[in-house]
Every structure is written in C-alpha cells, then in structure tokens.
Design a protein around this ligand. Structure first.
Ligand code: PGA
Length: 297
C-alpha cells in the first residue's frame, strides 16, 4: 500500500515538474508587463540536515497564490530529501548552490549538472561571493559553469556584487561590468532564454551582515545591470530577464525593495533558513510587487 502511495506521489511530482518546466508558467498571474514573475530563492548555504529539512518542508507555507515563484536551494545532499518531502502541488522549485563544469569524471567531491537536475534541481546558484572569496572561483570558471548549466537545462542564478572596499573606492560599476562581461559574454549566440537565467545583485558588504543596501543603491545597481545586459544581448532580452537583490533581505525590507522598478525578487540567506520567516518574506515581496504594478497603471 505504501509502495503504491510512493509510486503515485512520484508520478504526481514528475508531472508537476514537467508542467512547471514549460516556459509559459513563468508568465502567469504575478508576472509584470515584461513577463517577469517575481522569484524568491532561499540559499540555505551549509545549513540543515535531512531531518530538519523534512521538518522545514512540513511546516513551510510557500504562499502559492501570491504570484511569487519560490525556490529552495539546499546543499546538494538535501535535494532529494526536499523533493520527496515538499507538497508536489505547492509548486516550490529546488535549486543547487554550485556545480562542476565538466559533465562527469574524476572530480572528487563535486557534483555534475545532470546529477543535480536528476536530484530535483531546476535552478543553480553560480558565482556566489562565498564561492568567489572562499573557494577562489573566478569569472572564466563561472562562465564555464554557466554554459554547462544551460546545456543541462538548469537555470543559473548568477551572482554579482562589489566588496565594501570596492564600493568605498567608487569601483562598484566597474566591478559589476567586469563580472557581467566575464561571466556572460562567452555565452554567444543564440542568446540563452532570458526566462531561464536570473542575475542576482549581492553587494558583498550586505551579505549576512544585517546591513541592507538602501533602495537607491539597489535600484541604481540593478538598473545598471539591466543596461549592461542590454549591451551584451539586446534591450528586449534585458527587459525580460529577472534581476534579484540579495544581502540581508528580510520581511522588514522586502516590500520596499520589491516595489522598485528593477527588483524582481530576492536571493535570501539567513531569512530563508526558517520556514515562517521565508513565508512572510514571500508575502511582503508580493505586496511590494503589487505596489510597483499599481504605480505603473
Ligand atoms: P543573507 O545572504 O540574506 O544572509 O545576507 C544572502 C546570500 O548570501 O545570498
């Protein structure tokens, strides 16, 4: 009996994933005029265990009717745990935090795109500042990982952002330009589907510090990023790609930030570790996005 139940659940999950994977579900209710549906992605970093992940899944309300797409990005070992524990009808997606650029081979300790995808991931975070600073990843490596992710049908969430010293020395835009060019310019033509690629602006000084970028700083950086993406691809392409803000985003600042013209959601660390906090942040994101849409009418 329980075997049959498991089999049915597996089939339902597979069908929901396939339906969700179709491009047109990225432009349902909740998308703005450019077709950008807000996204809240929670980067769990190296937190949670199989047991606490199951508890999280059991108590998580992803506010499925809010129009906000939700992705949980746990350590790779927890992807199948969450895939099995989340309610398949809630439509919560999963993401990985990194991948290896090679398709397979002798790379002890690494994960391939195909493994992550089969374990349940739709998204993959690439170029996070912790990968850049603590593990020495550079733009050419990130670009190879991006190519591999796209080839494997994973949607990259590319992180860019300046350090405090770079901001204070007036180098913010130079850094953003060089990271975007270094990571994306080799992707060539045809350009990747703009709905299958996300760019997150994460000022390093705001990550895990409780110091959020001001609305003006976030909007200025994200508008700059959209302009650079227009240069690299086209204006139409850049208008459709989703840009996230990351760095001490919480339910207290999500509504204000998501009301900004170029903020299409958040990449959250700390606030995503607790299901209630994340649920509140999703609701605040929906209310900020609604304010933005009202202002455009
Ligand atoms: P934070 O982390 O929300 O805890 O600042 C964000 C991130 O690292 O993506």
């Amino acid at each position: 009996m329980s075997d049959l139940r498991e089999q049915i659940e597996r089939v339902v999950r597979q069908v929901v994933r396939e339906v969700l994977a179709r491009g047109d579900v990225l432009t349902p209710a909740g998308a703005d005029q450019a077709g950008r549906r807000p996204l809240v992605a929670a980067n769990w970093k190296m937190n949670h265990t199989p047991n606490t992940a199951r508890e999280y899944a059991g108590g998580f309300d992803p506010r499925s009717d809010s129009g906000v797409e939700v992705a949980l990005c746990p350590p790779a070992v927890l992807l199948p745990v969450l895939a099995a524990a989340l309610d398949p009808l809630a439509g919560v997606r999963l993401g990985a935090q990194n991948l290896h650029a090679a398709p397979e081979g002798a790379y002890t300790g690494e994960h391939s795109a195909a493994m992550l995808s089969e374990a349940g991931a739709d998204y993959v975070i690439l170029g996070h500042s912790e990968r850049r600073c603590l593990f020495g990843e550079d733009d050419p490596q990130i670009q190879q990982k991006l190519s591999r992710a796209l080839q494997a049908g994973l949607w990259p969430i590319l992180c860019v952002g300046e350090s405090l010293a770079e901001r204070e020395s007036g180098a913010t835009f130079r850094v953003l330009r060089s990271q975007l060019t270094g990571c994306l310019s080799g992707l060539g033509s045809p350009a990747p589907d703009p709905q299958g690629l996300v760019v997150a602006y994460e000022p390093v000084w705001a990550i895990g510090t409780g110091r959020t970028a001001t609305s003006a700083q976030a909007q200025e950086a994200l508008a700059f990023i959209r302009e650079r993406l227009a240069e690299l691809f086209s204006h139409g392409w850049a208008a459709r790609v989703r840009l996230l803000y990351g760095g001490s985003a919480t339910s207290d600042n999500a509504a204000e930030l998501s009301a900004l013209p170029d903020v299409d959601g958040f990449l959250v660390g700390g606030a995503g570790l607790d299901p209630d906090k994340l649920s509140k942040l999703i609701a605040e994101t929906a209310s900020g996005v609604a304010r933005r849409s009202d202002a455009r009418r």
